[in-house]
Write a protein that binds this ligand. Structure first.
Ligand code: THU
Length: 139
């Protein structure tokens, strides 16, 4: 796990995790029952949230992380500084899927951007993007 020596301080971390947990309440997940929320901080300091949105055609499902990032980018954001992700309380932690890791990399401010993964109502694991996506694809 990453040490907290990056630009995000502890207060931001807890606030962001709270926003992610709250966003999970809007999850549309009738097929998996696995509700996920995510919250990103943009370069400008704006917080944008998202949830997973499933579909009867399962492959069309959009994860919470990508919902939040696409909302931020479509609102004008260029880069994200941090992301928090929260799965259902008491469920297994929502480690981002491979597709979401690649999308996070596309908009990450830096390779040491923190990724906070909720592990309970008041706990989380912290990783850098480089830890979760070593040698990600770039053009
Ligand atoms: N899911 C997310 O939204 N984010 C993750 O980090 C893990 C998985 C969603 C996709 C699907 O709606 C449900 O969780 C079960 O895979």
């Amino acid at each position: 796990m990453a040490e907290s020596g990056n630009k995000m301080n502890e207060a931001w971390k807890d606030y962001l995790l709270g926003e992610a947990r709250a966003a999970g309440k809007n999850a549309y997940a009738p097929y998996s029952g696995y509700h996920v929320g995510a919250a990103v901080v943009t370069e400008e300091g704006e917080i944008v949230t998202g949830c997973n949105v499933e579909n009867a055609s399962y492959g069309l499902t959009n994860c919470a992380e990508r919902t939040a990032i696409f909302k931020a980018v479509s609102g004008g954001a260029k880069k994200i500084r941090a992301i928090a992700i929260a799965g259902p309380e008491g469920g297994s932690p929502a480690y981002p899927c491979g597709a979401c890791r690649q999308v996070i990399a596309e908009f990450a401010e830096s390779a040491d951007m923190p990724i906070y993964i909720s592990t309970g109502a008041d706990s989380c694991e912290v990783y850098t993007l480089a830890e979760l996506l070593p040698k990600g694809f770039v053009l």
